[in-house]
Design a protein around this ligand. Structure first.
Ligand code: NDP
Length: 331
């Protein structure tokens, strides 16, 4: 059995030396009410970076020397719990272990016949819910409006843009490579896409891509890209502040422009978003995402990394933009 623990808190950009892989021989025998789980897929997510530091946040920090955890799809290999039987697959927040005991709390059964098991970590999981609920609850989209999404080729962003198209919006994506830009336009039918790494003046590029201005901004990255968006927002624009990956590894307070004048003169809304605040809406949102998927109105991309031991590297690769769509480790 293997476990990945946080060896030390990263300073700045995390490195492999911040993680430790521990091998152990242990028989896992479930007591009454418990089940044994074997990890199938591990989700790596940018927000885990926040939990690696000990700053106060909306979720408690990981503890040094203890296993990390994230969304995991696992197979039930033994069960003394009435709600789960051997052979079931479940998804839940679980430890970075190849095998573990659970009491079943917080686990949801998933059906590999309805959708590939990995999809329950992406489009039918936390990142799909984030895309749908962030866009609809805060963005309040109306057909004909212009939506800009940053981190557009990632797990959340690629679904945001596609939902925008389903709802009749003009959709502009921002991503880090020409290959990603091409994917957004050809696979996901975005109206425009901009490679921020090869664009000198993001403000001008956005002006050109959004001749009618920006009504909704779904922000996954923060920093200079989001500053450029502010110069192009319309009156009553809505900005969903979902993520800020460009500053997650900063060791100094980022040097950003002052947002207040842009908000005031445009009567614009900027709201922080945390998906777990909307848990009462998860069943309806899941249903909608599954329906669009079945109708082939929605598709998704995944980057699957092989081998449980590669989990830390897959996490680090998120900050290098090595994923297209959801980054997942196949254990
Ligand atoms: P992604 O799949 O989008 O992966 C991260 C992507 O971020 C990379 O592929 C890379 O793409 C891009 N990126 C990395 N560094 C930078 C940078 N310096 N500047 C701009 N882009 C960068 O991750 P997710 O879809 O899972 O998450 C997207 C965002 O949403 C994250 O910030 C995450 O923390 C947040 N989030 C928030 C939730 C909430 O409830 N608030 C829930 C889920 C996610 P590229 O090649 O384009 O640079």
């Amino acid at each position: 059995m293997k476990t990945i623990v946080l060896k030390q808190r990263p300073v700045g950009t995390p490195t492999l030396s911040d993680f430790e892989l521990i091998n152990s021989d242990m028989d896992l025998n479930p007591n009454k009410g418990e089940l044994v789980l074997e990890t199938t897929y591990v989700s790596v997510d940018p927000y885990l970076r926040g939990r690696m530091s000990d700053a106060k946040s909306y979720v408690p920090p990981f503890e040094v020397g203890k296993p990390l955890s994230s969304g995991i799809v696992a197979k039930v290999t033994a069960s003394q719990n009435d709600h789960f039987k051997e052979g079931d697959y479940v998804v839940g927040m679980l430890d970075w272990k190849t095998k573990q005991i659970s009491n079943g709390e917080g686990l949801l059964k998933v059906d590999g016949d309805k959708a590939p098991l990995s999809a329950y970590l992406g489009v039918l999981g936390m990142t799909g819910l984030t895309a749908y609920l962030g866009l609809t609850e805060i963005g309040k989209p109306k057909a004909g409006e212009t939506l800009v999404v940053s981190g557009a080729a990632g797990a959340v962003g690629s679904v945001v843009g596609q939902i925008g198209k389903i709802l009749g919006l003009n959709v502009v994506g921002i991503a880090g490579t020409d290959e990603k830009v091409e994917m957004l336009k050809s696979d996901f039918k975005f109206d425009h896409a901009i490679n921020y790494n090869s664009t000198e003046d993001m403000g001008a590029a956005l002006k050109k891509a959004c001749p009618n201005g920006i009504d909704i901004y779904f922000d996954n990255v923060g920093g200079a890209i989001s500053d450029a968006v502010l110069f192009n927002i319309n009156r009553f624009a809505r900005m969903i502040i979902c993520g800020a990956i460009s500053v997650y590894n900063s060791t100094e307070i980022p040097n950003s422009i002052s947002v207040q004048p842009f908000l005031i003169k445009n009567s614009a809304l900027m709201q922080g978003f945390i998906v777990s605040n909307y848990s009462d809406k998860f069943p309806q949102a899941m249903q909608q995402l599954a329906t669009w998927l079945a109708e082939e109105k929605l598709s998704y991309s995944e980057t699957i990394v092989e081998g449980f031991d590669s989990t830390p590297q897959a996490f680090l690769d998120l900050f290098e933009g090595k994923n297209k769509g959801k980054m997942i480790v196949k254990a």
